[in-house]
Design a protein around this ligand. Structure first.
Ligand SMILES: [Cu+2]
Length: 159
């Protein structure tokens, strides 16, 4: 059985959760997590790879569907960047890729070499849920193989 102090803390947390005006990224469930599916630290990836995004304790929804919902959000891929602090709006640029349609996988092309890929979950207003709802993997992207180049048509317009 939980101690009275723990119960009190939980009640306090619940009360503030209900009363507080939601700020961007606030109020993610304490047990919510994200993770890459099928890749881990040290993996070697081809230049073009399909990444799959997992989340526990939250629902995936399209951006702007409900900016203040605290039980859902969408994924972002941060390329060679750390997690975005809680409450900060995630920038829109080539190193902060938003999956605002609620995608749970994406095919990306990365430059050869070592990369840190960070999955970051954010609310419908793109407010980051912070490091708690981020996950990073360090991977190495291999150079395109000559065999792959050979498969492409030799000339533009060739059938
Ligand atoms: Cu976003």
């Amino acid at each position: 059985m939980p101690s009275p102090r723990l119960v009190f803390a939980a009640l306090l947390a619940a009360a503030s959760f209900v009363q507080a005006t939601p700020a961007p990224g606030d109020g993610a469930p304490a047990n919510a997590r994200v993770h890459f599916i099928g890749i881990k630290d040290g993996d070697v990836l081809p230049p073009t790879v399909t990444l799959r995004f997992g989340v526990e304790g939250m629902k995936v929804r399209s951006a702007a569907e409900d900016p203040f919902d605290r039980s859902s959000g969408h994924h972002h891929l941060l390329i060679d960047l750390p997690a975005v602090p809680k409450g900060q709006v995630i920038p829109f640029d080539e190193r902060h890729v938003h999956y605002g349609k609620g995608q749970t996988e994406a095919t990306v092309t990365l430059a050869p070499g070592p990369h840190t890929l960070t999955l970051q979950f954010a609310d419908g207003a793109h407010g980051s849920y912070g490091p708690q709802l981020s996950a990073s993997v360090r991977v190495t992207v291999e150079a395109a193989k000559p065999a792959e180049t050979d498969k492409k048509p030799a000339k533009a317009g060739a059938k």
